[in-house]
Design a protein around this ligand. Structure first.
Ligand code: XMP
Length: 328
């Protein structure tokens, strides 16, 4: 009988043994995976761990603040926390880049660079901790399967990195198991049942090149979408997150398509937002969620009225496969 508590305990013991009196640096995104990895590491090695949260300018609206609230000095955990504002440097690197894999590669490499720099400041950091989970490992083609997408938090160390090793404590777990491990570690349910958010962030929810203006558009649209979904969950219109029949993931993406619309007496030529919501248990396969039309209508109205440069909203009905959950 395989128990999550045993897994957590033995993983913590193994980390302790491995790291000894060395130092580790944890890449904290604020998502479920890296949060669970961070708390697990913190339980194992305490202040030998530094958590670095990088604001790459591709976060959801208000996300930086909510990460600070949980992991910062006023939060419940006793760990070294560094918040790096790297927005400008990511935007600069991404300027004009349209090819999805190239975008992912740039974001992933820039991440590593930022961590390297933070590591140098701390000095003698031996280990890099990442919240890689099992589906990431499979889909990055580390097994026999072909590369579908290069997940930026998988794949080992590039040559230029001078950490000794990467520690991936969740490497063998599926998402639902990560959540159970999180609860086992005493992480608040609110955080544990947060919907996943990919490392490359809004960078892969903006089709084509990334600009600060496009980031702002997708942030605003996504915030409205999440707000209305939350209301629908509160009101019992759709199941609450984590409950049977729940939506696994939902977000707005910015298509690179502009189309003609009409606003009052004027012609508009603006962007189309795509809404995605999927039912999934393991994120390896997924089906489009049958969201109530009323909810979609309300979200659509609010987005076209409240978000500048958007005049059209579309709903993505595609399963995975053949689609993926994200757009790039
Ligand atoms: P896809 O788009 O591959 O997504 O169907 C499956 C799940 O993985 C998340 N995802 C990522 N998570 N780094 C991550 O940490 C990544 O590069 C990445 N790409 C996709 C996605 O949000 C979904 O939950």
């Amino acid at each position: 009988d395989w128990k999550m508590g045993d897994f957590v305990d033995s993983t913590i013991a193994a980390i302790k043994e491995k790291v000894g009196d060395g130092k580790a640096l944890c890449a904290l995104s604020g998502g479920v995976d890296s949060s669970v990895a961070a708390v697990m590491m913190s339980k194992a090695i305490g202040k030998q761990l530094t958590c670095v949260f990088v604001d790459h300018g591709l976060l959801r609206k208000d996300e930086g603040e909510s990460v600070d609230a949980v992991f910062g000095p006023d939060g419940p955990y006793d760990l070294n926390f560094v918040h790096v504002d790297a927005r400008e440097r990511f935007y600069k690197k991404l300027a004009g880049v349209t090819e999805p894999e190239q975008k992912r590669k740039i974001i992933g490499e820039e991440f590593i660079r930022v961590f390297e720099e933070e590591a140098k400041k701390i000095g003698a950091v031996d280990y890099l901790v990442q919240g890689t989970i099992y589906p990431d490992v499979i889909e990055s083609g580390l097994g026999d399967s072909a590369v579908i997408k290069s997940h930026h938090n998988v794949g080992g160390l590039p040559d230029y990195v001078d950490f000794k090793e990467i520690i991936e404590p969740l490497r063998m777990l599926f998402k639902d198991e990560v959540r159970r491990a999180g609860l086992e570690l005493g992480i608040p349910e609110k955080l544990v049942y947060r919907q996943p958010f990919p490392g490359p962030g809004l960078g892969i929810r903006i089709i084509g090149d990334v600009t600060p203006e496009k980031v702002k558009i997708v942030q605003e649209a996504d915030a409205i979408y999440r707000e209305e979904i939350a209301k629908a969950m509160e009101g019992g219109v759709i199941p609450k997150y984590g409950q049977p029949g729940t939506i696994g993931q939902y977000f707005a993406a910015l298509t690179n398509m502009r189309s003609v619309g009409v606003m009052g007496d004027f012609r508009t030529y603006d962007y189309a937002i795509a809404l995605r919501a999927v039912m999934t248990s393991d994120f390896m396969t997924a089906e489009a969620a049958q969201l109530p039309w009323d909810v979609l209508g309300k979200v659509t109205n609010r987005i076209v009225n409240e978000v500048e440069h958007v005049n059209r909203v579309m709903y993505d009905c595609t399963s995975k496969p053949p689609g993926t959950i994200e757009f790039e």
